[in-house]
Design a protein around this ligand. Structure first.
Ligand SMILES: [Zn+2]
Length: 97
């Protein structure tokens, strides 16, 4: 039975720069942290290694249990959050120009 967790790369104001959902029964938390660090260092997807909202370069990784262990249900919920965050990022980007 999966046990779903979320690892987030956060600034001190808790703005999420990047997140990965994982099954802790299959993937150790340390492996997920290494993947998040690799994403940031390689700037995958044009990701900046700092917070685009407050500018902080002090980032930390936080793990938390997700409310369900159903991958399908959780994927749908996380995709909805992702869409909302992308819309906010686009709005912030346009506001600066
Ligand atoms: Zn921030």
């Amino acid at each position: 039975m999966p046990a779903l967790w979320l690892a987030q790369l956060l600034c001190p104001n808790r703005h999420a720069i990047c997140a990965l959902a994982y099954d802790i029964e299959e993937t150790p938390a340390a492996d997920v942290e290494a993947k998040l660090q690799a994403v940031i260092h390689a700037r995958v997807g044009g990701l900046d290694p700092w917070c685009g909202l407050c500018g902080s370069r002090t980032l930390h990784i936080e793990h938390r249990k997700l409310p369900t262990d159903d991958w399908e249900e959780m994927t749908e919920a996380l995709r909805a959050v992702e869409r909302a965050n992308l819309a906010t990022r686009e709005f912030m980007h346009r506001s600066r120009n």
